[in-house]
Ligand binder design. Sequence first.
Ligand SMILES: Nc1ncnc2c1ncn2[C@@H]1O[C@H](COP(=O)(O)OP(=O)(O)OP(=O)(O)O)[C@@H](O)[C@H]1O
Ligand SMILES: O=C(O)C1=C[C@@H](O)[C@@H](O)[C@H](O)C1
Ligand SMILES: [Mg+2]
Length: 206
Amino acid sequence: MMGSGKSTVGKILAEVLGYSFFDSDKLVEQAVGMPSVAQIFKVHSEAFFRENESNVLRDLSSMQRLVVATGGGAVIRPINWNYMKKGLSVWLDVPVDALAKRIAQVGTASRPLLDQPSDDPYTAAFTKLSMLAEQRGEAYANADARVSLEEIAAKQGHGDVSKLTPTDIAIEALLQVGNFVNEHPTIHSQVGDLQVDSHSRRVQTL
Ligand SMILES: Nc1ncnc2c1ncn2[C@@H]1O[C@H](COP(=O)(O)OP(=O)(O)OP(=O)(O)O)[C@@H](O)[C@H]1O
Ligand SMILES: O=C(O)C1=C[C@@H](O)[C@@H](O)[C@H](O)C1
Ligand SMILES: [Mg+2]
């Protein structure tokens, strides 16, 4: 979902794995030749953006050794799952309340689906994100691995997801991907260089 930490956590994972990092929103901007997703929505349409997003995900899906931060809405098109399933997909499951707090802090100008004039950015973001979460239903749950911030906070013995650092979240992502790989032997042979323990230690040294 928007603001869940895909770019922040994705860059950490790419660094420790020695992979390249790509942000699919940025690749769509480059492909269309416009400086922002917001402008693509405004000048063209959301449908035009979604078509280009699928093309970018298709192109990325034939590459290896990369971490991709997808757009938050990539989950809604079934064709995108064909592409995302060429690799391992990770759902950063962040409570809507925490997303709205983060987004209210940085503003909504770069997120066209949330960008409405409002005196109370937190409540506006919370309302719209709740609607999107409802509409998207179980779409995020198609991901191979789920990283639940509530579960990490509970494991750490507090219930406060706002205390979790990107490092905590990246380590949990490595753990959950490792679990998925171990449960799927055919995938195991394709991702031979995933060493959860040593990669997690390296996250802590960044
Ligand atoms: N663990 C965290 N705790 C608090 N703030 C965070 C955390 N991770 C990321 N952030 C902040 O939340 C905002 C969104 O993070 P980020 O840009 O990584 O998310 P994203 O999923 O890539 O969002 P986008 O929808 O813009 O692509 C940023 O301002 C970032 O600094
Ligand atoms: O959740 C969404 O639908 C979106 C998320 C962003 O990453 C962008 O892809 C765009 O703003 C739409
Ligand atoms: Mg991002």
